[in-house]
Design a protein around this ligand. Sequence first.
Ligand code: T3D
Length: 263
Amino acid sequence: MTETPLLVTVADGVATLTLNRPDCLNAFTAALHEELRGALDRAASDEAIRALLITGAGRGFCAGQDLSERRTDAGAPRRDLGQGIERYYNPLIRRLRSLEKPIIAAVNGVAAGAGAGLALACDIVIAAQSASFIEAFSRIGLVPDAGNTWFLPRLVGTARAMAMALTGEAVSAERAAAWGLIWKAVPDDALMTEARHLAQRLAQGPTRALGLTKRALNRSSTNGLDAQLDLERDLQREAGLGEDYREGVAAFLEKRPPRFTGR
Ligand code: T3D
């Protein structure tokens, strides 16, 4: 039977993408990349999908690149790893960041190498207490990729980023939460319930405004204050013209819950 490297389900406005290579902790292959790319493109264009949830099957979240695709015999020509980064990893991280719908990572187990990059590129990361984050690259003589060198120092500061990247030591979910690397760590058996509730709540929210919020926060890492103030003005103008803003104000004044549509 052919393995399906990615499971996709859609319910209650949430697309759940489950990396499905549990025997190797959901390591990335070219086939998994292709499926993930297709699912993210569909989620971007499908108005019925208003939030995404990414998780892993089995005991791992994602162990990064599948190293069985990288074995080279002594004397054989060396592979140009830059090609795979250009073709798969960089588009994946860019897609996650530019997709203007909330994306939650439910990190159910170890997130290593590009698997850590995948988690950190999502908008909100919730991890099971038994999960861990490993900048595994230095263990095999590589440099962190998949956005890790960008996310890490911004999230945890240079000292912790540098130690994580140089040592390749595992950081537990609880420590990751305490450092601000992720949103929170929860008991293992509560992970999926909590992540689904959050995804459903966001999917019922003013998702156009949430998408614009994501754009504003992403730009803040390169903008100066003046440029960011201008951007906030422009995005607020756009949000203020939306149906959800009219509904939000009406619901507040009428003392009832809002019914947002993402328009
Ligand atoms: O190449 C390029 O295109 C450049 C891009 C690179 C991006 C990257 O992500 S580079 C980093 C690649 N990832 C790693 O180096 C991590 C390798 N894995 C590990 O170090 C460990 O598996 C973990 C620390 C993540 C977890 O350890 P543990 O003890 O919980 O599990 P395990 O026993 O090592 O792994 C379980 C199985 O998954 C095992 O298979 P087996 O023995 O049961 O048949 C193991 O070989 C397999 N597995 C785990 N990670 C990978 C993998 N198989 C292939 N590729 C993996 N990355």
